[in-house]
Write a protein that binds this ligand. Sequence first.
Ligand SMILES: O=C(O)CCC(=O)C(=O)O
Ligand SMILES: [Fe+2]
Length: 226
Amino acid sequence: MNPVLDSLHEVQGELTTEIDDELWLAQFDALADCGYVIIENFLPNHEAAALYHYAAGLSEADWNIAGIGREQQHTLNTRVRSDQIRWLHSEVAAEAIYLNTLNNLRVRLNRRLFMGLFDYECHLARYQPGAFYKKHLDAFKGRSNRVLTTVFYLNPEWHAEDGGELVIYGTNDEILETVLPKQNTLVVFLSDTFVHEVKTAYRERFSITGWFRHNASDAHRVDPPA
Ligand SMILES: O=C(O)CCC(=O)C(=O)O
Ligand SMILES: [Fe+2]
């Protein structure tokens, strides 16, 4: 038996966050007021640790070089970002647990903030020493169905000298937040509003980046694609 998968199985199907309802309301209000929120201790500690061990235990073949832009116009540009990614799928037990928890969060966000979030997609990311992701927006107004970005950090130890901070900028290019990518911290922000970057990491850095999306279906295109 795989202890990592076991511990993930135990909690499948439940809303497995450490944060109780009252605290969630405060987090949702902060998100509504500021457009972003930083949540520490998002998952039970053992779940966050299990996700870290899962990510750190993947083999080279499990990772892909990350591209820029929409999937159809996928381009590799290692001057902008140099991380590696792996999309999560609900068929993989260790990945399903995170997808499940975030889908529960999606339902709560819709209930509280009437956001009409239709689905959630996410990928693991690995920044090897020297890797970075330059300033960017995750979505352009009117041109993407990505509404809210989530970034969840997996490394159990992280110090300022390890680099790899997430920097979130305001509309005048001022720094709003500098976030150390520490295990069990979740950052949520409006995808088309906040320019952000990942500073060069000096140690291997693992995270899960995801997007809550609007339904972009129309008469010509069914969303999400089969
Ligand atoms: O890992 C992070 O802190 C942010 C990653 C990011 O901005 C992205 O993948 O779009
Ligand atoms: Fe981003």
